[in-house]
Every structure is written in structure tokens, then in C-alpha cells.
Design a protein around this ligand. Structure first.
Ligand code: RP5
Length: 165
């Protein structure tokens, strides 16, 4: 059973979204990672949402570029949280996808994260935080990860401040 679904609009998005899948795996979160398009495969998208939701999927992550409607199309078909990752895939450098993803009409929210790989990582963190609301063990793992971030900053500061030979 996949707790999270990651949809990308094209295989050309794969490299930028792969960190999302990797991070979910690191956090021990079962997920589906597949290609489906709001425009090129509208029926497949609809069917996937129905099937995955029936099987217990709790969060949908959608990444698409250009006139990015994938997250919105999924949000129209589920009341599970939908996270959108805008992908820079055109001459507009992602501004097109950012606005298409974030500017949803009231009632159909898409929690839009940053563009490309940074957004892909935060989509995984956000999905994990949503799941952790009802999963105390995952909540603990997220707290541990935060402690690691803080320790890394301390280590970096110590390195920078250390007297040079
Ligand atoms: C979007 O169009 C995809 O998500 C991709 O970012 C962009 C270009 O797709 P390809 O022409 O590379 O398949 O639907």
C-alpha cells in the first residue's frame, strides 16, 4: 500500500523529482512514483487517483512544468492533501508552472512548494509532516531529522570559526 503518490507530468521531469522519492524512501514512507499527465492522459490521471485513494494513499504530490495543471486536476478528484511542485521546463523558467500550480480557486487547494529539486525535497518533508499527524513514530523520525540539521549547522559554524593554521 502506498501512503503517498508522486505523479510527474512527463519523464522529462523525473531527474528533478527523484529527490522526493529518495527522501520518502529514507523516511520509510511507502509510495508510488509514476508518470501521468493532466492533458495527455486525463483518464489515466483520474483512474490513478481513484485506485490509489481506494488503496489507502493519504497524500498526492504532483510535479509538472509549463501550463502545469496536474496538481489542480488531482485536487479536483480527491479531498486528500495535494502538494504541487512547479517544474522549470520552458522559456518562462518555471514562472508559468508556479502560477498555474499555486493559483487554485477556493475549495481546491494545492500546497505549492518551491520549484524543481528544492521543491521536490520539501514536498517529501511536507507529506511526511502530514502523515506524522497520525503516526507518532514518523513524528519522532522528523524530530530526529531536525536535530540533525541543527547539529550540521553547529559543525559548519565550528569549522568556519576554527583558527586557520
Ligand atoms: C509538462 O510539460 C511536463 O510536466 C513537463 O514538465 C513539460 C514538458 O513535457 P515534455 O514535452 O518534456 O514531455 O506537461
Amino acid at each position: 500500500m502506498s501512503r503517498v503518490a508522486i505523479f510527474i507530468g512527463s519523464l522529462s521531469d523525473e531527474e528533478k523529482v527523484r529527490p522526493c522519492s529518495e527522501l520518502l524512501s529514507t523516511l520509510g514512507i511507502s509510495h508510488t512514483f509514476t508518470v501521468t499527465s493532466a492533458h495527455r492522459s486525463a483518464e489515466r490521471t483520474e483512474k490513478l487517483v481513484e485506485e490509489l485513494e481506494r488503496e489507502g494513499c493519504q497524500v498526492f504530490i504532483c510535479a509538472a512544468g509549463m501550463a502545469a495543471h496536474l496538481a489542480g486536476a488531482v485536487a479536483a478528484r480527491t479531498v486528500k492533501p495535494v502538494i504541487g511542485i512547479p517544474i522549470a521546463a520552458s522559456a518562462l523558467n518555471g514562472m508559468d508552472a508556479l502560477l498555474s500550480t499555486v493559483m487554485m480557486p477556493p475549495g481546491f487547494p494545492v500546497a505549492t512548494v518551491a520549484l524543481d529539486k528544492a521543491g521536490a525535497r520539501n514536498a517529501a518533508w511536507l507529506a511526511a509532516q502530514i502523515l506524522a499527524l497520525s503516526d507518532p513514530e514518523l513524528d519522532e523520525r522528523l524530530r530526529a531529522a531536525r536535530a540533525t540539521f541543527a547539529a550540521e549547522v553547529e559543525a559548519a559554524a565550528a569549522k568556519l570559526e576554527a583558527p586557520k593554521a
